[in-house]
Design a protein around this ligand. Structure first.
Ligand code: IMP
Ligand code: MG
Length: 183
């Protein structure tokens, strides 16, 4: 669905499907150069990164395996709990691999800083981050993200994989959820 289909449930469209497509092509071109000749593994963080992984991986002009990790730091609310729990671990041994974590959004940064440390301890050759979205003013810990799609304001957003209570992931655009939906 597009933002227009749920205009009564959102306040602002921050990033459109077209913006995302252009940005993914741009970042894919950079990644192709940066990882030329290297053993790259994409690791997506379920479930939010499903859309960005699907489109980003296909934008890459090279053979690249993907793996998935499921962690939880959010319940059904709109605030980070800071507690990270592994729900599904990697299937791949990342020792000596160049890992690029593909994430939907960096909010507090707690999930990614935990993942970065976890992956480093498994002996990865390198670990970098590609986050489609980032809320710079919401950071509780600093996360070095090599590739960032869009910086957005500190508001609860939905769409393109991002959910509220498991809904809205299939929205093609990224929009601010109207407060009346969750209050
Ligand atoms: P963190 O606060 O950076 O640890 O973010 C943890 C996870 O919460 C992200 O990977 C998202 O899946 C989710 N999240 C953070 N901000 C939002 C939001 O605005 N909408 C929906 N999910 C979010
Ligand atoms: Mg996520």
């Amino acid at each position: 669905m597009r933002a227009a289909d749920i205009s009564d449930q959102i306040t602002t469209v921050l990033v459109t499907e077209e913006d995302i497509r252009e940005k993914l092509a741009e970042i894919a071109a950079r990644v192709a150069v940066d990882y030329a000749g290297k053993d790259l593994l994409l690791v997506g963080v379920l479930k939010g990164a499903v859309m960005v992984m699907a489109d980003f991986a296909r934008a890459l002009p090279m053979v690249v395996p993907m793996d998935w990790m499921a962690v939880s730091s959010y319940g059904s609310g709109t605030k980070s709990s800071g507690v990270v729990q592994i729900r599904k671990d990697l299937d791949t041994d990342i020792h000596d691999k160049h890992v690029l974590i593909v994430e939907d959004i960096i909010d507090s940064g707690l999930t990614l800083s935990w993942l970065l440390e976890n992956f480093a301890s498994r002996g990865a050759a390198s670990v970098e981050v590609f986050a489609l979205l980032r809320k710079p003013e919401a950071a509780k810990v600093h996360v070095e993200s090599k590739y960032v799609g869009f910086d957005i304001p500190t508001e609860f957003v939905i769409g393109y994989g991002l959910d509220y209570d498991e809904k809205y992931r299939n929205l093609r655009d990224v929009a601010v959820l109207a407060p009346h939906v969750y209050s």
